[in-house]
Write a protein that binds this ligand. Structure first.
Ligand code: CTP
Ligand code: MG
Length: 191
């Protein structure tokens, strides 16, 4: 299969995760998820960069975007995935989007334990935490939906080619998107 098609398929399938991560910076703010609490090491559990508003709103909006992608998929062609049968599409897209923020929060937890302040740079996890969280949660949820859907949606959408594309292109995309976020002022640091 032509490489450019695989690139489109990979980015298409993971878009709800990217969107959720990006939207979090836009809609985030207010009460922190950790409620300001500190861990046994005296440092914040997650920090002020992880807020309830982002967790509640970003996956919802990104899930709706996924639902939009789902209905556009047949017309888009190029072998892009839908998100399962219509009444499960939002569930699958939402799983990717929520998983992205959970992965991001898991990384913040570890960052704080390593003594890295909010916004400190952590090359590797900063680029991949949300992708890992998105893929893991979407896989688990699609195992749960399998009896209703009739197949494992995750394995249809994330075949080896698209997965490789996501792994290879994510660091570069992350850099570009966060650079733009920094320039337009929604992110405090460009990573
Ligand atoms: N954000 C949020 N809630 C989340 C994730 C992100 O409110 N669950 C918002 C915060 O305003 C955060 C910004 O999006 O500052 C950028 O997210 P991220 O880079 O993940 O957070 P950092 O501030 O860099 O904090 P950390 O060091 O914990 O990654
Ligand atoms: Mg960060």
């Amino acid at each position: 299969m032509a490489v450019h098609l695989v690139v489109v398929q990979g980015l298409w399938a993971i878009l709800p995760a990217y969107a959720s991560n990006m939207l979090a910076t836009v809609v985030g703010g207010g009460a922190p998820v950790d409620g300001g609490r500190v861990w046994t090491d005296g440092r914040r559990v997650l920090g002020d960069g992880k807020t309830w508003r982002a967790v509640a709103l970003a996956p919802l909006l990104a899930g709706l975007l996924g639902l939009g992608l789902h209905f556009v998929a047949p017309r888009a062609g190029m072998g892009v995935t839908d998100f399962g049968p219509a009444h499960w599409a939002f569930v699958h897209a939402y799983a990717l989007a929520l998983g992205a923020l959970l992965g991001d929060m898991g990384a913040s937890f570890v960052k704080r334990r390593l003594g890295k302040e909010r916004g400190a740079r952590w090359l590797g996890p900063d680029q991949y935490d949300f992708i890992a969280g998105a893929l893991v949660l979407a896989f688990l949820i699609s195992l749960i939906t399998t009896p209703f859907v009739g197949y494992v949606w995750f394995l249809e959408a994330f075949t080896l080619g698209p997965l490789l594309v996501i792994m290879i292109l994510t660091p570069a995309l992350h850099l570009i998107v966060n650079g733009i976020g920094y320039l337009i002022g929604v992110k405090e640091v460009p990573w």
